[in-house]
Design a protein around this ligand. Structure first.
Ligand code: SF4
Length: 346
């Protein structure tokens, strides 16, 4: 197996069957081999720096009904909220003082937040914090909308592709959502000039080594600037309530492999990883990640943005605890920096 890792490091790509082998036959000693290489690749571009992003979950309204998601439109038990622009700017204010230089606006596909409102919001953020990057994570939009947000000053866009296999996609989403459109959105974002992020859940229902291999193939071809992966965690008010959750170990292996595949990738240790393991974030760093996204949303709405059960929003996951996060990272040999933390081109 080590020769496949060596080949990945050398050629930055593998054949589908090779990916399947690595995914199926992963083991602890191979993981160590992968993580060591991943850390040295990361070192070349980013040193021991950890970039922080202030996550603002600004609306939990969503017109979609993805089967795995706690804020899907069919979840009638959820109390919905939508932050106003001024509430969002208050979050930025607090975040800026704390040292955040990237704000991530994340929300469901909320018709109440029209394109005009998003444009206005991004313009306001960029006017008040010109030295900060704005990342949007607000789902599938028309190309013109993406262009308008970019013109307004948005720098980055996160849109997980969820799975690169159309049959698998069908099993995770209702019919009105298609993999084809998802991929088209990603292509549009990259073409417009965003630092673009894709990603997927590890261990999502019906996922196989084969579909995971297709995810890795998609990423090696698409060459995103960021990739967000985290273990699938079921939410009790979704059709997948009783499905098995994803594995922390496999998530870590894939983080390492992603780092080796694209050494200059911005790679977060996601909240889902921290939710399933108390040291998930540090282990993510040790596997090759270099980004963490503490929660800057107002405390009273955090419990309403539960994409999955038991999602953590306190401790190191909360922006208020940044000092503690910095210390935890320092103890692990990393330095949390006050910087936009842009993608470094080769
Ligand atoms: S995954 Fe995104 S698009 Fe799907 S229901 Fe949840 S918030 Fe909406």
């Amino acid at each position: 197996m080590r020769e496949l890792v060596d080949k990945l490091q050398e050629e930055r790509r593998l054949e589908k069957q090779e990916w399947i082998c690595l995914i199926q036959d992963r083991n602890e000693s191979l993981d160590e081999y992968i993580f060591e290489k991943a850390r040295s690749e990361r070192e070349l571009y980013y040193g021991n720096k950890v970039y922080i992003r202030g996550l603002i979950e600004f609306t939990n309204y969503c017109k979609n009904d993805c089967y795995y998601c706690g804020i899907r439109r069919s979840n009638k038990k959820l109390e919905r909220y939508r932050l106003t622009e001024s509430q969002i700017l208050d979050c930025c204010d607090i975040g800026y003082e704390l040292g955040f230089r990237t704000f991530v606006l994340q929300g469901g596909e909320d018709g109440g937040y029209t394109d005009e409102k998003i444009v206005h919001l991004v313009q306001s953020m960029k006017a008040l914090y010109p030295d900060c990057a704005v990342t949007l994570s607000i789902g599938e939009k028309k190309k013109e909308s993406y262009e308008a947000f970019f013109q307004a000053g948005a720098d980055r866009y996160l849109l997980r592709h969820e799975t690169a296999n159309a049959n698998h996609y069908r099993k995770l989403h209702p019919e009105e959502l298609t993999l084809e459109n998802r991929i088209q959105c990603l292509m549009n974002l990259k073409e417009i000039g965003y630092q673009t992020g894709c990603g997927f859940m590890v261990g999502s229902p019906y996922q196989t080594a084969d579909t995971l291999a297709e995810d890795m193939m998609f990423i090696q071809n698409f060459q995103p600037h960021m990739v967000g992966i985290g273990p699938f965690i079921p939410h009790h008010q979704t059709p997948f309530a009783d499905m098995e959750g994803g594995s922390v170990e496999l998530t870590l292996t894939l983080l390492g492999l992603l780092r080796i595949m694209i050494p200059n990738l911005l790679l977060p240790a996601t909240t889902a990883l921290g939710t399933l393991h108390p040291r998930g974030r540090e282990r993510g760093m040790a596997a090759g990640a270099n980004v963490v996204m503490p929660n800057l949303s107002p405390i009273d709405v955090r419990e309403k943005y539960l994409l999955y059960d038991n999602k953590i929003c306190t401790g190191d996951e909360a922006a208020e605890s940044l000092q503690h996060l910095k210390q935890t990272m320092k103890d692990a040999g990393y330095e949390v920096v006050t910087s936009r933390g842009d993608f470094i081109h080769k």
